[in-house]
Every structure is written in structure tokens, then in C-alpha cells.
Ligand binder design. Structure first.
Ligand SMILES: Cc1cc2nc3c(=O)[nH]c(=O)nc-3n(C[C@H](O)[C@H](O)[C@H](O)COP(=O)(O)O)c2cc1C
Length: 217
């Protein structure tokens, strides 16, 4: 059974703009794979920060990973990594907070990007240990961070490319509704632009008659 992991990162949950955008992406994915299972992980209001034993384990310790494994964040980390590993495709719904990802998404990243588990340090640098799979990111922002009328830096999209690439996820596609604070006309225009971009993207897949994502082997 094909699995899609839907990660919802806004503190506004299902009322959020990023969630609504991500639901449209899911709609296209489910059109292509109607029997897919969607695993929903809503972390916007509930993602715990890392605890001391996890930070100790990752920072280097004489206590073994196994010894620390049963404790707090380490067991949460394993749960989230296994959930990610089991997914054939990931849809992340996230707002931009202070030019980058919100704290909940950063906390999730801190749990799933784990040395000697999801990446390894080699002479060539950090090498991802996870199988690559499509990751769709639905971003909502109060102002614009792309295009000609941009007035703020974007540390969100390059950061996600870099950090998810570190664990082996390189196939990222971003859609965004930018300018949610710029009035209803601007929001309507931003939603229309995102709709058009999604339609073009997913039609492109249909034209190539390739599935949007492959089932894990
Ligand atoms: C703490 C915080 C920081 C924010 N920082 C930015 C920012 O740096 N750039 C921006 O364009 N909007 C920023 N916003 C606005 C949100 O990105 C915007 O309201 C967005 O539409 C929220 O998406 P959501 O409905 O999916 O949560 C910020 C909002 C909050 C609460």
C-alpha cells in the first residue's frame, strides 16, 4: 500500500493557509494513487523539544545509543524516523516564521536528522541514509519571499533543501501562497497563482504518463 506522510506544521492547524494549500497537493496525489494511505502528523501545537539525553547522545557520550534509546526524545526520534521511512511521498504544510521554518518543523527536523541513523559523516561529507522520495512543501507567508516584489530573505526553501538533502531527500517541490497579510485581493491572486502552478505541475506528470510517486520496493 502506498503511503503519504502529511506533516502539518502551523500552530493554526487545519485553519491554516499552508494546510489548505497542502490539501490541494494531496488531492492531486490521491487522483494519481487513489488507494494511497495518508498518515497525518499534526505538529503545529504539539511537537516536543529535544531533551537532555538526546542532545547528550548526539553530542557524543560514553553511554550507548541503546541505553539512551528507551528515553524521551530518542524514542520519539525513532518513531518519527520510522514513520518517515515508511512513507513513499511526503507533503509538508508550513508557514514561514521569521524568514524560515516554524519551531515545530525545526523540532521535527531535529528528531529525524540523526547522525548514524538517517545520515553518516564520511570523508566526502554528510551522506544521507534514507531512500529518496518526492517531498511536496506547501508554504504560506504573510509577505512575499519570491518573485520581483520580494522584500525579505528566504531561508526556508534553501534550508529545507539542504537539511532534507542531508538525509537523502533531494526530490523537493515547493508551492506557496505568499502575501497572506497583504489584503484579500493579494491573497486571492496568490491562491490563483499557486493553483495554476500545481495544475501545470501535476498535468505535466499525467502527460508523461509517469506516476507522481513510486511505491516502495
Ligand atoms: C511568529 C511569526 C513569524 C512570522 N514571520 C514571517 C516572516 O518572516 N515572513 C512572512 O512573510 N510572514 C511571516 N509571518 C506570517 C505568516 O507566515 C503568515 O501569517 C502565514 O500566512 C501563516 O500561515 P499559516 O496560516 O499556514 O499558519 C509570521 C507569523 C508568525 C506567527
Amino acid at each position: 500500500m502506498t503511503k503519504i506522510l502529511h506533516l502539518i506544521c502551523s500552530p493554526r492547524g487545519q485553519a491554516s493557509e499552508s494546510y489548505k494549500l497542502s490539501e490541494k497537493i494531496l488531492g492531486y496525489l490521491l487522483d494519481s494513487q487513489p488507494t494511497a494511505t495518508v498518515i497525518v502528523r499534526s505538529i503545529g501545537g504539539a511537537m516536543a523539544n529535544l531533551d537532555e539525553s538526546y542532545a547528550t547522545a548526539l553530542g557524543g557520550t560514553e553511554r550507548s545509543f541503546a541505553e539512551l534509546f528507551a528515553e524521551g526524545s530518542m524514542s520519539r526520534s525513532e518513531e518519527l524516523i520510522q514513520e518517515l521511512e515508511s512513507a513513499d511521498c511526503v507533503v509538508i504544510a508550513t508557514p514561514m516564521h521569521n524568514f524560515t521554518v516554524p519551531v515545530a518543523l525545526k523540532a521535527w527536523i531535529d528528531h529525524v536528522v540523526r547522525v548514524r541513523r538517517t545520515f553518516n559523516v564520511t570523508a566526502q561529507g554528510k551522506l544521507g541514509a534514507l531512500r529518496d522520495r518526492p517531498v511536496f512543501v506547501a508554504v504560506a507567508s504573510g509577505g512575499r519571499f519570491s518573485g520581483e516584489r520580494t522584500y525579505q530573505p528566504d531561508f526556508l526553501t534553501p534550508y529545507l533543501r539542504a537539511i532534507l538533502g542531508t538525509i537523502g531527500l533531494h526530490d523537493l517541490t515547493f508551492f506557496s501562497v505568499e502575501g497572506s497579510a497583504l489584503g484579500s485581493d493579494a491573497v486571492a491572486a496568490a491562491r490563483t497563482k499557486a493553483d495554476q502552478e500545481m495544475q501545470q505541475f501535476f498535468l505535466g506528470f499525467a502527460r508523461n504518463s509517469a506516476p507522481v510517486f513510486q511505491q516502495a520496493v
